[in-house]
Design a protein around this ligand. Sequence first.
Ligand code: B12
Ligand SMILES: *[C@@H]1O[C@H](CO)[C@@H](O)[C@H](O)[C@H]1NC(C)=O
Ligand SMILES: *[C@@H]1O[C@H](CO)[C@@H](O)[C@H](O)[C@H]1NC(C)=O
Length: 140
Amino acid sequence: MELMPSLLSAALLLLLSPGTLTGVPKMDAVSVPIGVEVRNLLHNSRPLTLSTGTVYRGILLGALKRLMSTNANFAFTYTEDRNYGPSLDSVNGLAGNDYDRTYWELLVETPDGNITRPDVGIGCYIPNANENIILNFTTW
Ligand code: B12
Ligand SMILES: *[C@@H]1O[C@H](CO)[C@@H](O)[C@H](O)[C@H]1NC(C)=O
Ligand SMILES: *[C@@H]1O[C@H](CO)[C@@H](O)[C@H](O)[C@H]1NC(C)=O
């Protein structure tokens, strides 16, 4: 009959799909869209505004990595602080430094335009949908 071969080929397709054989997880389901804005008033740079997203309740660090891997205009580096986790060191080649007392400040702009400074870093912050994450090069 006709049913049998189609069932068989469906089963074969399932077996041969890349994820099944190699253990590669399926594409992340990015469900929380956010903006990422790079601001540098200290150097009078034009702000750079980009879009990315996180998975449900995903951390900002994941969204920044996703953005870096998909957008050639965005790159960042971070180091691991033993107490507080990932510390954002540089954005697009520019790093803060102790001599000039500069650093990349993490700010969050909600859709109503309210800007706050979260009390956690990029490894702990969980963005909400449609927030604009501002990476603000500033002094301390
Ligand atoms: C001074 C200070 C800073 C200075 C550090 C300047 C310097 N080079 O000395 C500056 C202004 C740069 C800073 C920045 C930030 N900070 Co701060 N900072 C402090 C503070 C007041 C003292 C740290 C200190 O000197 N400890 C003593 C030294 C001897 O120990 P240390 O281990 O060498 O200290 C280093 C780390 O603390 C590191 N550091 C400082 N802040 C942060 C934040 C994160 C997330 C990480 C990974 C590392 C880190 O810088 C210190 C010097 O190298 C603490 C609060 C406190 N009273 O401890 C908050 C504190 C550590 N910071 C905090 C936060 C949230 C931030 C920011 C994320 C704020 C923001 N929204 O932008 C940013 C980091 C952004 C980024 N680029 O990743 C939080 C961390 C809480 C958490 N669990 O994530 C704390 C606890 C204050 C708070 N609000 O509760 N910070
Ligand atoms: C902006 O956010 C701060 C901190 O969460 C809050 O206290 C303030 O009421 C907010 N302002 C507006 C206009 O929403
Ligand atoms: C960002 O950094 C600039 C330059 O230091 C500073 O004037 C400004 O207050 C910071 N915050 C915001 C929300 O732009």
